[in-house]
Design a protein around this ligand. Structure first.
Ligand code: OAD
Length: 236
């Protein structure tokens, strides 16, 4: 394994599956049980704010019942022990990377444990249910909070920083994502176009974009991510 200086890791729902969080597109996944148009668009929230809040309140509560798994812990170990700069770009709205100890995490699809105010635009830490009368911790406006998650039809967060990271990395690793949702699905092609970085896919099965990667390993994240991190850290 060659030495890398700038490691960028894209994660998706598959990395949290062994912690007990549902993925979206696998059998029994969230998008099989709920229609995107009912819970994950600005139009759904305008039409049925209480129904949409309930969906995210339940998902937020569920976070307290799960814990990071060996894959999250391995990435935290990589950040702590490697000489390289390690950045995680996650599509996940859970907080399992942070709870495993990762510090350098960008949540491009938002975070369940934050609420955003439609009045002042600020996102604040939020642990409990968002109620119809909940007040914004930043400006005090009541009844104006929404989940700080990116819905279909909205622009993902942190795209400028992500663009710079993709341009600078010499190792790009994609873990537990189906490659079905853009712009994240296009990151590997963006990195490949520059021709500088080695690209690796770690997933249960080949993703939609598996052919774009130089290298792939398939299996449960809790098994294959710790092995891959060990190789990176020991250079073997
Ligand atoms: P998906 O549900 O689309 O894909 C999950 C991927 O993880 C699949 O390729 C599975 O094969 C793989 N997988 C499942 N279990 C695994 C395990 N134990 N170990 C490793 N891999 C496993 O989830 P995402 O790709 O994250 O966006 O979905 C992307 C976005 O679509 C989400 O962020 C969400 C969703 O709509 C928004 O809500 C904006």
């Amino acid at each position: 394994m060659r030495k890398f200086e700038e490691i960028v890791i894209l994660t998706g729902a598959g990395i949290s599956a062994e912690s007990g969080l549902s993925t979206f597109r696998d059998a029994g996944g969230l998008w099989e049980k709920h229609r995107i148009e009912d819970v994950a668009t600005p139009e759904a929230f305008a039409r049925d704010p209480e129904g949409v809040q309930k969906f995210y309140n339940l998902r937020r509560r569920h976070l307290d019942e799960v814990a990071p798994n060996a894959a999250h812990r391995a990435l935290a170990r990589l950040e702590a022990e490697s000489d390289s700069r390690v950045t995680i770009i996650t599509q996940n709205v859970d907080d399992l990377h942070e709870r495993a100890g990762s510090r350098n995490v960008l949540h491009m699809h938002g975070e369940l444990k934050k609420a955003r105010c439609l009045e002042c635009g600020r996102a604040s830490r939020w642990e409990d249910d968002i109620e119809p009368t909940s007040a914004c911790p930043a400006c005090g406006a009541a009844g104006r909070l929404r989940p700080h998650v990116v819905w279909f039809g909205e622009i993902p967060l942190e795209l400028d920083r992500i663009d710079r990271l993709l341009g600078a990395c010499d190792l790009f690793v994609s873990i537990g994502t189906s490659g079905a949702v853009y712009p994240a699905a296009g990151f590997v092609s963006q990195v490949r176009a520059l021709g500088r970085a080695h690209t690796v896919e770690l997933n249960l099965e080949p993703s939609a974009g598996s052919h774009f990667f130089h290298e792939a390993r398939y299996g449960p994240a809790g098994t294959i991510v710790p092995l891959f991190v060990e190789e990176l850290l020991t250079g073997r």
